[in-house]
Design a protein around this ligand. Structure first.
Ligand SMILES: [Zn+2]
Length: 195
C-alpha cells in the first residue's frame, strides 16, 4: 500500500511497546475506521511518567494508592495508543479491534465512535501543553494509521462528546497536524484552535 504499511504487524504498530489490554471488543462487521480520536490523560492528574495510566488500561491500577484513584475503581477503559511525555508509545488494543475510549459520542453524523475510530491518549493535563516529542510521534503515528485505514477525520474527545468531555483541550496545538503536508487530505475540527 505504501512505505508506512511496514509499520504494522496486523493491527499492531511496530514502533509501539505492546501491552495487550483485556478492555476491547470486536468492531461491527463492515466497519470503516475513518476517525482518529485524541485524548489527554495523566494519573494522578498532572503527574507524568508514573506508570499509572498503563496500569489503569490494564485493570491493574491500585485504586488505594492515591485519593483520586478511588473514583476509578472498577472502571474498565482502554485506548489503542498512549504517548508519554518522553515520546514513548504504548499500544494496548489491536487497531482492528474496538477500544473503549470514546464513551457516548457522535461525530460526522455517526454515534458510538468507539466502533469506527482509533483512540490515542497523550500524556498530559486537560487544557495543558504537550511536548514537542509527543507531537512528532503523533504525526508519525497518524501517517501510519492513514496508510493502513481509510482515515478521513481527526478530532478530540471534546469534539465527539462536547457536553461531557473537554480533552485534550486548548493546550493542544492542532496546527501541527493541520499543516502537515502528509495529512493534507484529512479533516480537522472546525473550532480547533490555531495554536
Ligand atoms: Zn478522553
Amino acid at each position: 500500500m505504501s512505505v508506512f504499511s511496514d509499520a504494522w504487524e496486523g493491527g499492531w504498530y511496530r514502533p509501539a511497546q505492546r501491552e495487550p489490554s483485556p478492555n476491547f471488543g470486536i468492531r461491527p462487521p463492515g466497519t470503516e475506521v475513518d476517525l482518529l480520536v485524541l485524548h489527554s490523560i495523566s494519573l494522578p492528574p498532572g503527574e507524568f511518567g508514573t506508570g499509572c495510566v498503563r496500569d489503569f488500561f490494564l485493570n491493574r491500577l491500585d485504586c488505594s494508592a492515591h485519593p483520586y484513584f478511588a473514583g476509578l475503581q472498577g472502571v474498565q477503559v482502554s485506548a489503542h495508543f498512549f504517548i508519554e511525555r518522553s515520546g514513548h508509545v504504548w499500544q494496548f488494543v489491536d487497531c482492528d479491534a474496538r477500544a473503549w475510549h470514546a464513551g457516548v459520542s457522535r461525530y460526522r453524523g455517526r454515534d458510538n465512535c468507539n466502533d469506527d475510530s482509533i483512540g490515542v491518549e497523550l500524556e498530559g493535563l486537560e487544557g495543558g501543553q504537550f511536548e514537542p516529542g509527543q507531537y512528532h510521534v503523533l504525526l508519525r503515528l497518524t501517517e501510519a494509521v492513514r496508510a493502513r485505514y481509510p482515515l478521513r477525520y481527526v478530532a478530540g474527545h471534546e469534539h465527539i462528546a462536547p457536553h461531557r468531555k473537554a480533552d485534550p483541550g486548548p493546550g493542544f496545538d492542532w496546527t501541527v497536524l493541520r499543516t502537515a503536508q502528509s495529512l493534507a487530505d484529512l479533516q480537522f475540527p472546525h473550532q480547533a484552535n490555531s495554536g
